[in-house]
Design a protein around this ligand. Structure first.
Ligand SMILES: [Zn+2]
Length: 102
């Protein structure tokens, strides 16, 4: 390998590592309004009859998710590279939705 190329490779690698750490550590909080909207979507999708929801892990006026009266939990997490499995797992956590998908 050319000696000049090596620092360039390390720069790219370090940059990638920093970016990765930033993305992994960053969970995007949502507002109470957004949670309410997501809860309404959940109610509609799961034919849920829950009347109440509770915010999860509140940070000031931002929250990281919510729990529905029926036990459904939603956590706002930024998908890491190809992290779509998490979303499908969350769907299966809900007994109402499980009945629908089966
Ligand atoms: Zn529910």
């Amino acid at each position: 390998m050319e000696p000049i190329l090596l620092p360039a490779v390390w720069t790219v690698f370090t940059g990638y590592l920093l970016w990765w750490m930033l993305v992994v550590k960053r969970s995007e909080p949502i507002t109470a309004d957004e949670a309410k909207m997501l809860w309404k979507i959940h109610k509609k999708n799961a034919h849920c009859s829950g009347q109440k929801w509770e915010p999860l892990r509140r940070k000031g006026d931002r929250i990281e998710g919510f729990q529905c009266e029926c036990g459904y939990q939603y956590e706002q997490k930024r998908p890491i590279v190809a992290g779509t499995h998490r979303t499908s797992k969350q769907v299966y956590m809900n007994p109402f939705e499980e009945n629908l998908t089966l």
